[in-house]
Design a protein around this ligand. Structure first.
Ligand SMILES: [Zn+2]
Ligand SMILES: [Zn+2]
Length: 208
């Protein structure tokens, strides 16, 4: 990709990734069920999400997130690439260096961080979503703190706190390992039940 594409200026070149999720623009007959609307600070970058609840939601206290977001910590939610619809596709977006995964994606005008694009998933920042009520916000409630060892402030909220990456580091502070395992078991069980139900509904739809 050429440099001007990275800045979101040149968008005429033929690059296959532009036509794939998460940048593929959904047509009105795609059945993309928009549940949330989001936009960057200046409003040039707009997107919708079709999934009601993120796959995961975390607060990251690492110093990279602190610097990148100029904030004490970062709130991130994980989605499938198919769950997002950028109303202008790849236009108005910029990539940290070039479009090479994993990469950081920002608005090319106001430079608001939009998401981190991984190989399989996207990690987006729910602060950009225009939530309509507290129930919607609750669906994005963070489930854990990671890199809590690098924190600039304490958050005594009873959520699991990992010194580094979750599941790969030590639990500290108000996170008794047994309690955390129990919370996670409960959450996974609920999630499985939900996805089974959704699969059944989809199956039913297909049969109709
Ligand atoms: Zn912007
Ligand atoms: Zn981080």
């Amino acid at each position: 990709m050429d440099k001007s594409q990275a800045r979101g200026e040149s968008t005429t070149g033929q690059s296959e990734w532009k036509t794939r999720p998460p940048y593929r623009i959904h047509e009105s007959n795609d059945n993309f069920d928009a549940k949330y609307d989001a936009s960057c600070h200046c409003g040039k970058v707009k997107y919708q999400l079709s999934r009601e609840e993120p796959l995961d939601s975390k607060l990251c206290h690492c110093t990279t997130c602190q610097t990148q977001h100029a904030a004490p910590f970062q709130w991130a939610a994980i989605f499938h690439k198919e769950d997002i619809n950028f109303s202008h596709g790849h236009h108005d977006l910029e990539w940290s260096i070039e479009h090479k995964l994993p990469c950081k994606v920002r608005c090319s005008f106001c430079h608001s961080p939009i998401m981190d694009e991984g190989r399989n998933m996207i990690l987006l920042f729910p602060s950009l979503i225009k939530f309509k009520n507290r129930e919607e916000v609750a669906k994005f409630k963070p489930r854990l703190h990671m890199f809590y060892g690098q924190r600039v402030m304490d958050i005594p909220d009873g959520l699991p706190k990992w010194t580094g990456l979750n599941d790969e580091s030590d639990l500290i502070e108000d996170s008794p390992p047994e309690q955390v395992r129990e919370m996670e078991r409960k959450r996974r069980k609920e999630q499985n039940e939900k996805s089974e139900k959704a699969m059944e509904e989809e199956k039913k739809k297909e049969e109709e």
